[in-house]
Structure formats: C-alpha cells, structure tokens
Design a binder for this molecule. Structure first.
Ligand SMILES: CC(C)(COP(=O)(O)OP(=O)(O)OC[C@H]1O[C@@H](n2cnc3c(N)ncnc32)[C@H](O)[C@@H]1OP(=O)(O)O)[C@@H](O)C(=O)NCCC(=O)NCCS
Length: 160
C-alpha cells in the first residue's frame, strides 16, 4: 500500500518475557513504546513523510497485561492541523486461549511531520467522514487545546 492513504493502523502480537516487569506483568515502559510505534505508523502512513512525536496525553493503565497474552494496539488519525496529526491509540489485551479482548489503556498522541532539516512541514488534510469520526475530531481539537493548558501548567516542574 502506498503511504499517504491510510488513516488507521493496527498491530497485534504476544507479549513476551523480555517485556516482563518485576511483578510478572508487561512493563509500562514497553507499553508506551508500543503505543508510540503504532501511532507513528498511523501518522507516517497518513502523511507519507518523516514525523516525530511532540506530545502524549492521557495515558492511564487500567489493567495489567499478562505476559503471554495478546496485545492489540489500534491507532487512528482523529485530527490534522497544518503540520501536526493527532492519533488516538487504544490498547486491548486477551488471553489467546479464549480471545476475549479487554481495554487496557488509551491515549492521544500528536505527531509533527518534518523535512530534511527537522522543520515542521505541511501534512495532507484529513476530513472526518462519519458522525463518529466527526465527534472524535471535535474531541481531539478540544484535547489539543486542553493539552496546551496542561503543558503550560507542567512547566512549573521543569526546573523543580
Ligand atoms: C516537533 C517539532 C519539530 C515542532 O517544532 P516547533 O518549533 O514547536 O514547531 P511549531 O511551533 O511550528 O509547531 C508545529 C506544529 O506542532 C504543534 N505543536 C507544537 N508543540 C506542541 C505541543 N507541545 N503539543 C501539541 N502540539 C504541538 C503545533 O501546534 C503545530 O501544529 P500545526 O502546524 O498543525 O498547527 C519540535 O518541537 C521537535 O523537534 N521536538 C522534538 C521531537 C522529538 O524528538 N520527539 C521524540 C522522538 S520522535
């Protein structure tokens, strides 16, 4: 498939022993890396350009993921700006013996497309097609604005 045409990306695999934390479940850091990779593949697949993560919002780990269970990461583009793309990521997991998927965590990530010098560069505009996509797009716009306020508040910790 050519880059620049797909606004969704899903990956699925078995969580292995290399990602086990000291309690025997999947390490939160591994989960965040996979979320970043899935969202990157979604954003890069949409714009067909190199892109970098600029922000991550709202990661909450609702349930531990057991090593040996299937991890499914569903990334979908929910908003484009001039050079930025907001990607919603949902993580589900299931015991492969019964395949009942449960929500594990979710977040929204913003990526920026860059040129050879690392400068922000325009991305193809994405237009929501369905009422569900329109609702997600409106929600993503509110979250980006909220994210700017939260990031401004977080600057208080930068030199702490
Ligand atoms: C991403 C980066 C190129 C943006 O540079 P910048 O000088 O802030 O660029 P701009 O101010 O022109 O903003 C570019 C876009 O990013 C968005 N953006 C910038 N900072 C943001 C933030 N903190 N949260 C969400 N979006 C942000 C802007 O809204 C703008 O979007 P738009 O063009 O759709 O309106 C720069 O911050 C960078 O290189 N960051 C490091 C990225 C990185 O190393 N990531 C980890 C490894 S991949």
């Amino acid at each position: 498939m050519m880059a620049g045409h797909d606004h969704e990306f899903t990956m699925r695999f078995l969580a292995g022993a290399a990602d086990r934390n000291i309690y025997g479940n999947v390490h939160g850091g591994s989960m965040m890396k996979w979320m970043d990779e899935a969202a990157y593949a979604c954003a890069a697949g949409w714009c067909g350009l190199p892109c970098v993560t600029v922000s991550v919002s709202g990661i909450v780990f609702h349930k531990p993921v057991t090593v040996g269970h299937i991890v499914e990461l569903r990334a979908r583009l929910v908003r484009t700006g001039r050079t930025s793309m907001a990607v919603a990521v949902n993580v589900l997991s299931a015991d492969p013996r019964h395949g009942r998927y449960e929500q594990t965590t979710s977040c929204m990530m913003v990526f920026v497309a860059i040129d050879e010098e690392g400068r922000p560069t325009p991305v193809p505009k994405w237009t929501a097609q369905t009422p569900e996509e329109q609702a997600l797009q409106a929600q993503a716009t509110r979250l980006v604005e909220l994210g700017e306020q939260i990031q401004a508040e977080l600057r208080a910790f930068e030199a702490a």
